[in-house]
Design a protein around this ligand. Structure first.
Ligand SMILES: C[S@@+](CC[C@H](N)C(=O)[O-])C[C@H]1O[C@@H](n2cnc3c(N)ncnc32)[C@H](O)[C@@H]1O
Length: 250
């Protein structure tokens, strides 16, 4: 079930709870804005990188859920064989491994060089993959009007709202006319989303880890997409846990 597997804060295992920041140590507490340092530290080795991406390090499980997410993306944006597709915050390439085989080219971007190191290893046999380390929040490294689909999954929960919006704006810039976008987060109005909210609520302010999960509402995501200029903006909810927005660049 997507809720249990893709939102590991619902698990009891301490390492899994750590993945979404609901377990922490004092050394984890740093600035939430310093995404690169935070995520390079979390992805210190291959197993940890996978656990902080999805909640488990088992390759078969990672593949099963990667395929599940790629199917969802396909349902929301209708992947075409000719598409150049870019993921924001691709981690170890969990989803990209399955998206790449359905499109012309898959570009995985991430703020963490360590994450990309493990993505490179996992995807070395997939030919149509490019991995790009982002220097800062935004897609400065990507040319304007150069891709057909931009998506970002299981990332917004770790970002400040302003940085979420910056990525929506940047998606608009790098998409060609007619290009599609998809962004998701844990939905505060869902049963699971409220649990995630309350897990994070339990932290003393001074002890909140930098990657602690912060949920979204559908209205928040709709607002970003509309303010950025997307048309045909639609909201999607699934598994009583997630909310996502899609839009088309006019
Ligand atoms: C929970 S993982 C999800 C990875 C992947 N999207 C997936 O679903 O398997 C979050 C990813 O976002 C990346 N990340 C965190 N902050 C970021 C930022 N400001 N910009 C781009 N990527 C970021 C992390 O390095 C990590 O790879």
């Amino acid at each position: 079930m997507w809720t249990e597997l893709m939102c590991p804060c619902s698990g009891n295992d301490a390492r899994i709870r750590s993945a979404l920041g609901v377990e922490h140590h004092d050394s984890d507490v740093s600035s939430r804005s310093d995404y690169k340092a935070t995520w390079d530290k979390l992805a210190a080795n291959s197993d940890d990188a996978k656990i902080y991406v999805a909640g488990y390090s088992d390759e078969a499980e990672l593949d099963r859920m990667g395929g599940y997410t790629a199917d969802l993306l396909d349902r929301f944006v209708r992947i075409r064989k000719s598409d150049v597709i870019l993921e924001i915050g691709c981690g170890v390439g969990r989803v990209g491994k399955f998206v790449a085989r359905r499109c012309q080219k898959w570009i995985g971007t991430d703020i963490s060089g360590n994450m990309l190191k493990y993505a490179r290893r996992r995807l070395e046999t997939v030919p149509n993959v490019q991995l790009i380390e982002l220097g800062e929040v935004g897609l400065r490294e990507i040319e304007s009007s150069s891709v057909d689909v931009v998506y970002c999954t299981v990332v917004f929960m770790h970002l400040f709202e302003w940085d979420r919006y910056r990525y929506v704006l940047e998606a608009f810039r790098v998409l060609r006319r007619g290009g599609r976008c998809f962004f998701d987060n844990v939905d505060i109005t869902s049963t699971h989303g409220w649990k995630v909210f309350m897990d994070s609520y339990a932290f003393e302010p001074a002890r909140r880890p930098a990657h602690l999960s912060m949920v979204s509402s559908g209205d928040e995501l709709l607002t970003y997409a509309r303010k950025a200029g997307f048309k045909d903006v639609r909201l999607h909810r699934w598994d009583d846990a997630w909310v996502g927005v899609t839009g088309v660049r006019p």
